[in-house]
Structures are given as structure tokens and as C-alpha cells.
Design a protein around this ligand. Structure first.
Ligand SMILES: O=C(O)[C@]1(O)C=C(c2cccc(Sc3ccccc3)c2)[C@@H](O)[C@H](O)C1
Length: 154
């Protein structure tokens, strides 16, 4: 079975608990469930993770890139949260791992504070889903499948 990785960055463990006005009320466990349902729709397995640590995200990106090269994974959905706007290390990890990556943001970062308008991930992402709430995770998984399995997309 082929895996899709979903990596979540800092403070997303608080999703649905804090700032529901911006991020909604869905908790991360429920986001994992909706990702699992979307993966099942495509006969894929889900590896869903969250960390508050930048270096751990870098390690995971490297691990996922190796899995894609080994043929056991399709790619990754990445919500790097605040590290989106600060991390050259994450940019370099995605680029170096040659990891097919869909960047996702629950909120419309382009309608928020200016410091959220720049992403170090976007230049090395295969696609970007922004502002669709937690539905964006399912859209990102579907988009990854359409990019990586064009003949099997319905
Ligand atoms: O919209 C997103 O998904 C985003 O990636 C997610 C973010 C995010 C994720 C979790 C928490 C917070 S802010 C926060 C932190 C602690 C308590 C309450 C809110 C922002 C932002 O850092 C990003 O700019 C945007």
C-alpha cells in the first residue's frame, strides 16, 4: 500500500481549541480522520504527524523523500504553520528531498498579517491549498493524487 504523509507544524495541536474565529473548531484528531477518509478514497495509507519542532519537521521531510524514492509513498501534505514564514531549513529540506509536497493552510494567509504573506515552502511545493478551512487537507491529498497518479484520478 502507498502512503501519503501529512505533516503539521507548531501550535496545530491547539487547532480548534484556540482562535476558532480564524482556524475553526475542528480539532487535529478530526483533521486526521478526514485525511484518513480521503486517503481511503484513493486506496492510500495515511501517516499523519504534528510537531512543534522545526528540526523534527526537517527529519520527517527527509524520511518522506526517501520513502517516495523507495516507491512506498506518493508525497506529503505540509502545514508548517509559523515555520512556513521563517524556515529556510524547511525550504531546503523539501527541495533537497525532492519531496512532492502540497502546502496547506487552514486560513487565508494572504488576507491576514503581512508577515504571513511570504512562504519559504511555496517555491518548492508542487501545489498550494489556502483558505478552505480544514477541508483544505482533503483537497491537498486529492491534488497530490491528481498530480502523481493522473491516469487514476476520477
Ligand atoms: O492557516 C494555517 O493553517 C497556518 O498555517 C496555521 C498557523 C497557526 C497554527 C496553529 C496556531 C496558530 S496561532 C495560535 C497559537 C497558539 C494559540 C492559538 C493560536 C497559527 C499560522 O502560524 C500560519 O500562519 C497559518
Amino acid at each position: 500500500m502507498t502512503t501519503v504523509f501529512v505533516f503539521n507544524g507548531p501550535n496545530l495541536n491547539l487547532l480548534g481549541v484556540r482562535r476558532p474565529d480564524v482556524y475553526g473548531t475542528t480539532v487535529l484528531a478530526d483533521v486526521e480522520a478526514l485525511c484518513r477518509d480521503e486517503c481511503a478514497r484513493h486506496d492510500l495509507e495515511l501517516d499523519f504527524r504534528q510537531t512543534n519542532h522545526e528540526g523534527v519537521l526537517v527529519d520527517w521531510v527527509q524520511e518522506a523523500g526517501a520513502a517516495v524514492k523507495a516507491g512506498t509513498a506518493l508525497g506529503a501534505v505540509l502545514n508548517a504553520a509559523a515555520y512556513t514564514h521563517t524556515s529556510v531549513a524547511l525550504h531546503d529540506a523539501v527541495e533537497g528531498a525532492e519531496l512532492p509536497t502540497i502546502e496547506v493552510h487552514v486560513s487565508n494567509v494572504h488576507g491576514r498579517e503581512t508577515f504571513r504573506h511570504h512562504s519559504y515552502v511555496s517555491p518548492v511545493a508542487a501545489g498550494i491549498v489556502v483558505g478552505f478551512g480544514v477541508t483544505g487537507y482533503a483537497l491537498a491529498i486529492d491534488g497530490l493524487v491528481r498530480l502523481r497518479r493522473p491516469s487514476r484520478s476520477v
